[in-house]
Design a protein around this ligand. Structure first.
Ligand SMILES: [Mg+2]
Length: 273
């Protein structure tokens, strides 16, 4: 055992909707597109609902939705089979990779927030529902814009993706940071918060840049301030219900949230409490 410290050791951030791709627009569009190739129309809400899990699991969860099963059966005579799911996933991977360069813009304020966290002595990890071939497109583009975490784990590099805790634990190991209650998981989806809770880390939910609001930067800024606030509050309620200890509008506010968590930790509070 080392001397317990109130200081946090690392933040481990999600990618789409959290640090890049304002609104998490890239993954949602791909699922609409691949179902359409099979003559089946799905809604944006259906495409977004499983967001954050491994993309193969994302397809499986969409195919398990009663409305999607019915829409598929209306066209193909039966609900989607395991083979159909594998075909959809096989099409989603290259479609996702092809569109990723257009959806890899680093969210404003992220490089500055990361620099501030590093100045406080925190290490910076990252995890994603993207598989390695997708992360290999996004990460270099983000690095060129000033965001380069100390490690990056893809969903296919652990036995199970979110909501299992393994991505976060693997990132902690890569960063040589412990104990779990000195770590902060940051993400924009329900499964991001569930994974953080399952990993016994602190959880910070991101609202306005994320998948629950689902708007690009220009679309969001076109909304009146009162509507932005309403969207923030709705997403915050969902993320808190999923386990978020703190909620921020964007990663730009993360240093303040980390300071708040350190104050809670110094008072003896722990993420599971
Ligand atoms: Mg995300």
């Amino acid at each position: 055992m080392t001397e317990p410290s109130p200081r946090l050791a690392a933040v481990i951030l999600d990618w789409a909707g959290t640090t890049v791709d304002h609104g998490s627009l890239a993954p949602a569009g791909v699922f609409l597109d691949v179902f359409a190739r099979h003559g089946v129309t799905v809604t944006v809400a259906q495409a977004r609902e499983p967001m954050g899990v491994h993309k193969r699991e994302h397809v499986r969860r969409m195919c398990a939705m009663p409305a999607v099963r019915a829409a598929w059966a209306a066209v193909h005579g039966a609900p989607p089979s395991h083979e159909d799911e594998e075909a959809l996933y096989a099409q989603a991977v290259p479609a996702q990779i092809a569109c990723l360069p257009r959806y890899s813009d680093v969210i404003p304020g992220v490089p500055q927030a990361i620099a501030a966290l590093r100045a406080r002595g925190l290490k910076i990890g990252s995890t994603t529902g993207y598989v390695r071939s997708m992360l290999d497109v996004v990460a270099p583009l983000a690095a060129a814009q000033g965001y380069a975490p100390d490690c990056a784990l893809a969903a296919d590099e652990v036995p199970l993706g979110r909501p299992a805790p393994f991505l976060l634990w693997q990132a902690a190991q890569r960063l040589s940071t412990w104990p779990h209650d000195a770590l902060v998981a940051v993400g924009d989806t329900v499964v991001d918060m569930q994974a953080g809770r399952n990993a016994a880390t602190w959880c910070v939910g991101v609202t306005l840049t994320g998948s629950l609001v689902g708007l690009g930067r220009a679309e969001l800024q076109a909304l009146p301030a009162s509507e932005q606030q309403a969207r923030h509050e709705a997403a915050a309620a969902t993320l808190r219900a999923a386990g978020a200890h703190e909620v921020v509008r964007s990663v730009a506010e993360l240093p303040a949230a980390v300071a708040a968590l350190e104050a809670r930790r110094a008072r003896g509070e722990r993420p599971g409490g």
